[in-house]
Design a protein around this ligand. Sequence first.
Ligand code: ADP
Length: 548
Amino acid sequence: MLSTMQDVPLTVTRILQHGMTIHGKSQITTWTGEAEPQRRTFAEAGRRATQLANALRDELGIDGDQRVATLMWNNAEHVEAYFAIPSMGAVLHTLNLRLPAEQLVWIVNHAADRVVIVNGSLLPLLAPLLPHLPTIEHIVVSGPGDRSLIADAEAQVHEYEELIAGRPTTYDWPELDERSAAAMCYTSGTTGDPKGVVYSHRSIYLHSMQVNMSESMGLTDKDTTLVVVPQFHVNAWGLPHATFMTGINMLMPDRFLQPAPLAEMIERERPEHAAAVPTIWQGLLAEVTANPRDLSSMQQVTIGGAACPPSLMEAYDKLGVRLFHAWGMTETSPLGTMAHPPAGLTTEEEWPYRLTQGRFPAGVEARLVGPGGEHLPWDGESAGELEVRGTWIAGAYYGGAGGENFRPEDKFSEDGWLKTGDVGVISRDGYLTLTDRAKDVIKSGGEWISSVELENALMAHPEVAEAAVVAVPDEKWGERPLATVVLKEGSTADYETLRTFLGEKIAKWQLPERWAVVPAVPKTSVGKFDKKVIRRQYADGELDVTEL
Ligand code: ADP
């Protein structure tokens, strides 16, 4: 029997129309580094997005599913692009400005981007790439920056403000198939070429609803969210779309991502919600420890993208700031889990739940798969690779113009589930605890040692600023852990002390015998520990390793 319900497509266009009317008064505040930030209502941003769509069509010739790229910070203009491009049926391609130059060139060419909208401050990054980007026909520049850098560009150069000025504020938005492409983001590719994940209108719509739910980020129009997580990385965790659905105000840091301006923004604008990776919160903590600031407005901070060290959560608890741990990846839009403890617990009982990666929402199904391909029970003990499926989970990667989308065997199971590459356990009540990346887990004499567990235990030491643990080859055991440690200024802790400290929490056979103090832990383009680099530094003898 067929249902009797209407079949209305779930589109980004609908989110735009809703946000600019029902929540027209909500604001996007963009940091400028000047005395006053730039403030723009959703109604105004929506009107400007409509003008941008008109300009893209009438002036730049975008009339189908061509790719329009953005090389931008988090700001109001980037939000306008987020809505204009998909709503007119084109595909938004957000470029990760921290990718190495060769990878940026590779993804622009792979996606065959026709237009790039770029922040003036990022022209020094774009200019040298342009000779290698033959598909780019138009460059649209927004905000301050030295235009002379692209004076010789073959592509036509436009000023964002001039381009949209005076254009119609209405657009006959096309009826789109909700399954068609709306936006794309390439994985930050730790190995091999980056892989393109293409989000549909439908996946973005459903994901945004989940982001807003109280069991996820719980956003409402009474609050403000500080969107630190970049718009060039997994759609800023879905926040620009989610905010237009519920009307929560957006606070955008633009290029002012250093701890001091972030602290100032928080103190002045008092956001209730914020979202960023642990490295950002580590940096901010160091800043406010040195120069105290009031961060107490932040009652629901989403922290994810890498494991949240318990010591970090504890430190923020003391500042009256509550962190909520979430897990996800580019392929999962990214919301996969979020750690809200079950109801009816004391603060003390809640603690272990808060440290987990969290629970899966109804839209995400999960299973654990053991080394032999067997499905493992949710008993809190059986560790396996996490596989997921759902309406906002990728089922393939983009094959490029004329190419077929593809499903690498190491990324998708035969029955179509996404293999996350994350290893962990799931408790009886459905809480996920990740113990490692499949490629980072240390395989010592047939047993697994979790690099993350060692790192967390080390970072709980008061003199340790950061610690990364990687597997290194060992004649006897196959692999053993190498601990690289960043010490806080003035620390006198030696390796023996640190090892003894670790021994209080970690089984003896898991304790690292190889140690190195490093000035900083190398980070990936999105601020996560880059263990590939540490392994290479070790192999090349670049680290000053002490063996205990
Ligand atoms: P990349 O691996 O290219 O950086 P993503 O940015 O999509 O790609 O990162 C996804 C990965 O980040 C996950 O598979 C997982 O390993 C890690 N990750 C994300 N959130 C968490 C978390 N809360 N705890 C531990 N690891 C996490």
